[in-house]
Structures are given as C-alpha cells and as structure tokens.
Design a protein around this ligand. Structure first.
Ligand code: AMP
Length: 249
C-alpha cells in the first residue's frame, strides 16, 4: 500500500508574523518557512506504518512555488521515498489543493492519504475533508491513533467530549492531530541521501485543475492588543465586575 502525504510550506511557527503595510496580506519577505507542523506528524505516521510493514511506499506532495521542493526534501530526509511538486505561484485555496490531490491520487492509487488537520498559515481545516468528498473515500479527521487492519483503518479521533474511534475501509483519508506522534528529526546521512531521491515536478494545468482563487481577500489586519488585566480583592468583587463591567453574567 502506498501512502500519500501532502506537505505544505508555511511560515515557521516560531516566526512572529507581520501584516503588510497595505493590509493585502502577511509579509513573507525574508521570513523563515518550514513544513506545516501537522504535516510533519503526517509524515512521521506514514513512516511508522511503513516501518511496521503496513505500507510499501511513502510519497510526499507539495503544492506551491519552486521553494516548496525544500519542504518535500525535508520529508524525504525524514524517510519518505519520493516526492511530487505541483508548481503553482500565488494563493492556492483548499478546494484547488483538494482537486490537485485528487488528480494525483487517481495516478498513484494510494491506500491512505494522511494530511495535517490544518495548515497553520490559513488555518482552514478543509483540505482533507474536501479531498474525501471529491474522492468519495471515508475520512478520519483529528487522528490521535491510527491502526491498520485487513483492508481497514481504525482512527481514534479527538472530539469535544473525549475520544471516538471510527472504523474505515481503505482507501481512506486521515488528518493528524497533535497527539498522534512526535515527529523525528532528519539525521545528517538521511539529509544527504534525500538529495538523491526522486522528485517529480508537475503543474496544475498538466493535472487539469484550475487553481484561480475563488475568494477575495478584503483586508488583513493584526489582532487588537490585549488590555491589561486587574486583580480583584474578593470573589464578590469578581462577580460584581463580571456582572456590571464585562456583562458576561
Ligand atoms: P488546510 O485545509 O489549508 O488547513 O490544510 C490542511 C492540510 O492539507 C495541510 O496540513 C496539508 O496536509 C494539506 N495541504 C493544504 N495546502 C497544501 C499545499 N499547498 N501543499 C500540500 N499540502 C497542502
């Protein structure tokens, strides 16, 4: 069974992002970019399944500018077998990403696609669900445990009330939550080896997908700064403030 792992190049989670002066978006000039953290967890899970003999090949896919090849190389250095770069400039919305992944899935015929639950740049949390709908495959989102059976996968999901386990027939879509695993670091020898691994390049046109954005960004602004807090002398004073000042009671 092949496992397809979509990996997105995003602003590194340690970077304090700045909004462009004209409010047209986030300033990406000279900003450190990395693999979306939930996608690192997806790569790790795919590698663990391969190491356990449940998968034969792990394929990393990224959709984005030429530099997204670096993100794929990171996945290859972690242990993925090969990569596919879909070269696309500008914003590619989740629906377009899902359509591109559907086209790749039709060619590669993976048994499992493991995505991150969300990309930390746009926080959409949509691509996995849209891909499942487009392919007509079952989905297990927010996975904290993945167990492969005979033509099936049991996905334990983090839901509001606790944990839920769903049994899915393969092929299926899984999206990762934080507690699924702790991703490995790429070792130096593996980084060197990754340079020789195959990385195919394609385009949205070649895959027959129109990636023109459907949404217009009206404005991007920084969240308002937090107001200073205050200490209260007693519970009665707290209740009074909640009732009469903030109006939450
Ligand atoms: P989102 O729906 O944008 O929050 O993204 C959810 C997941 O979809 C990510 O964690 C990735 O696994 C995948 N994904 C989204 N955009 C891309 C992209 N441009 N290239 C590769 N994978 C992506």
């Amino acid at each position: 069974m092949k496992i397809l792992v979509p990996v997105k190049r995003v602003v590194d989670y340690n970077v304090k992002i700045r909004v462009k002066a004209d409010g047209s978006g986030v300033d990406l000039a000279n900003v450190k970019m990395s693999m979306n953290p939930f996608d690192e967890i997806a790569v790790e899970e795919a590698l663990r399944l391969k190491e356990a003999g449940k998968a034969s090949e792990v394929i990393a896919v990224s959709i984005g500018p030429a530099q997204s090849a670096e993100t794929i190389r990171t996945a290859l250095a972690m242990g993925a077998d090969r990569g596919i770069l879909v070269k696309a400039e500008g914003r590619v919305e989740p629906l377009a990403v899902a359509k591109l992944l559907k086209a790749i899935a039709a060619k590669e015929e993976p048994g499992l696609v493991i995505l991150g639950k969300q990309a930390i740049d746009d926080d959409s949390n949509q691509t996995g669900q849209m891909l499942a709908a487009l392919l007509g495959w079952p989905q297990g989102t927010f996975a904290s445990k993945v167990v492969i059976g005979d033509g099936t996968v049991d996905v334990t999901r983090e839901v509001d009330g606790g944990l839920q386990t769903v049994g899915l027939k393969l092929p299926a879509i899984v999206t990762t939550d934080l507690r699924l695993n702790e991703p490995r670091y790429a070792s130096l020898p593996n980084i060197m080896k990754a340079k020789k691994k195959p990385l195919d390049e394609t385009t949205p046109e070649a895959l027959g997908v129109d990636v023109t954005p459907r949404l217009t960004i009206v404005k991007t602004s920084e969240p308002a700064g937090r107001k200073a807090g205050a200490k209260v002398a007693s519970v009665a004073a707290l209740v009074d403030k909640l009732k009469n000042e903030s109006g939450v009671l």
